[in-house]
Design a protein around this ligand. Structure first.
Ligand code: MG
Ligand code: MG
Length: 259
């Protein structure tokens, strides 16, 4: 089912998006050498509960994961790119950290992910990979408007990623979002222009380009959730929730906090 939100629901989606973005912004400011992934999970839990919001993750039990996720945020370090389950790991200088968060406020969910490097060292390959996913995300958003098709967005995203030299996995990508976190339509990170569902005002999409340095193949960690690059190479992921408007698209998951 594809949901089209009412104007009232869209106002709530703005609040959900700001909440998710502000939590990620705050976490990014706190994550440093010595931070444990379990601390990040605890901070996220506190901020979600304080806002009166609901986690989309704690009870999430899809076919591709082992049982309920049980945590409030996905934390992926280096080769862990999707569904990273927080565990007892202390961040080190130069680690490439991905935080992926979805939460629901007054019945509307928002979903966003950021990748960044912890500490002072900035490995050039990691910087380039993060920037490629951010560029691809901007390209996908720029292609989003009423009348455009999902394939137009997929093509825009995939062109940036493949021009940057990254293999693309089409198993996991973007998605519709609204009263629940994952909905139709699927938005693959590569595709053909002019194909697929035609966008309409009121549609919410989560666009999420992600890459692995030298492979498109994932392997599931023994925790039953975390998806890692099969070669152990580094990975990056950028995600925004957007709303299709009358003449384009609005990014809902931009932080409203300063600093
Ligand atoms: Mg996400
Ligand atoms: Mg998502």
């Amino acid at each position: 089912m594809i949901e089209i939100l009412t104007p009232t629901e869209l106002l709530r989606a703005q609040d959900s998006g700001a909440l998710v973005a502000n939590i990620l912004h705050t976490l990014k400011g706190r994550c440093t050498v010595g931070t444990n992934l379990l601390d990040i999970n605890q901070w996220t839990k506190e901020m979600i509960l304080e806002a009166g919001a609901q986690s989309c993750y704690v009870d999430y039990a899809p076919s591709f994961g082992r049982g309920p996720f049980g945590h409030y945020i996905c934390t992926g370090v280096n080769d862990a790119v999707l569904h990273g389950k927080p565990h007892d790991y202390t961040l080190a200088d130069g680690d490439l950290l991905t935080l992926d968060l979805a939460a629901s406020l007054r019945g509307i969910a928002a979903d966003s992910a950021i990748s960044f490097i912890v500490g002072d060292s900035k490995p050039a390959e990691s910087v380039a990979m993060i920037e490629a996913t951010e560029r691809a995300l901007r390209a996908g958003i720029a292609a989003a408007r009423p009348g455009a098709r999902i394939g137009d967005l997929s093509y825009a995203i995939g062109s940036v990623l493949s021009d940057a030299g990254y293999p693309i996995n089409v198993e996991f990508g973007g998605h519709g979002i609204g009263s629940t976190m994952h909905q139709d339509p699927h938005v693959p990170n590569m595709g053909r222009p002019g194909r697929g569902y035609k966008l309409r005002p009121g549609l919410l999409l989560a666009l999420e380009p992600w890459v692995m340095a030298d492979t498109a193949q994932l392997v599931t960690d023994t925790d039953g959730w975390t998806l890692r690059s099969v070669t152990g190479c580094r990975t990056a992921h950028s995600e925004h929730t957007i709303a299709i408007t009358a003449d384009g698209a609005e990014i809902l998951t931009l932080p409203t906090l300063g600093g």
